[in-house]
Every structure is written in C-alpha cells, then in structure tokens.
Design a protein around this ligand. Structure first.
Ligand SMILES: [Zn+2]
Length: 136
C-alpha cells in the first residue's frame, strides 16, 4: 500500500468527477481493481502516459533477432536503435543495457513478439540495471 504522502490533490471538472463516481460501482471498473476516485485517476494517467510513450517509438524492421526501432526523443531528429536478442538474453545497443525502454517497447510489438517467441526467446524480466552482468 502506498503511503498517504505519495499522493497529491488534483483538480478535476465536476461533471467529469460525477461521471467517474457513476462508473466506479460498475463491474467493468471493479474488474480493473479500481475502488475509488484516486485509483481511477491514477489508472487513467498511467494509461495515457503509456500511449504517449508508445508514440515515442516506431518499429522499422525485424531481421532475425535484431529489431530496429526509431526513438523520436533522441536529439535532434530521432535515432534508429537496435535491440538484439540472443538465447534468453537481450541487449540495447543504444543504452548499452539489457533493461531499458527500447527493450520494453519491442516486446509490445505483436509481430516482433511472435517472431521472437518462435525463436524461443523469452520476454526479459525487468531486472534492475544493477543486475547487469549478473547472468545465470
Ligand atoms: Zn535502450
């Protein structure tokens, strides 16, 4: 459970607030595990951030176990980033890491995920960067 001081008040239009209050007791909202306004707003913001993050990247190509994506946030005009998969390991040539936003993104591309799973490559677990080089 999150500590109370991890939260901050946010202003929301009253009409929108009423809509959320009506939606809270519905099965669809309950199924999402949302029990109150704070959880609902938290969920909505995370969903939106996820969509924004997806727009940051675009899939360019997949060649064997090498996936090429465009990261539009690398200055000045974006940069092609390669993510390489080998056995059960994965590497981002740009970040020089095995845990990063690029690796997370390529696993969200359905055709890439399918291709990688066909090669028996497994989705990398979100190991903290400190675990780098500490492979089994
Ligand atoms: Zn990366």
């Amino acid at each position: 459970m999150m500590a109370k001081n991890d939260w901050t008040p946010v202003s929301v239009k009253k009409a929108l607030l009423s809509q959320v209050q009506r939606a809270l007791p519905t099965p669809m909202v309950k199924d999402l595990g949302l029990n109150n306004m704070s959880e609902f707003v938290d969920y909505a913001l995370r969903e939106t951030l996820g969509k924004i993050e997806l727009k940051r990247f675009s899939h360019i190509s997949t060649d064997g176990a090498r996936v090429c994506i465009l990261d539009s946030r690398v200055e000045p005009i974006g940069r092609l980033v390669s993510v390489m998969f080998h056995d059960d390991d994965v590497w981002c040539e740009y970040c020089d890491e095995n845990v990063c936003v690029h690796i997370q993104y390529v696993w969200e591309i359905p055709e890439v995920r399918k291709a990688l799973e066909k090669r028996n490559l497994k989705r990398p677990t979100s190991r903290p960067p400190a675990a780098t080089g500490n492979k089994k």
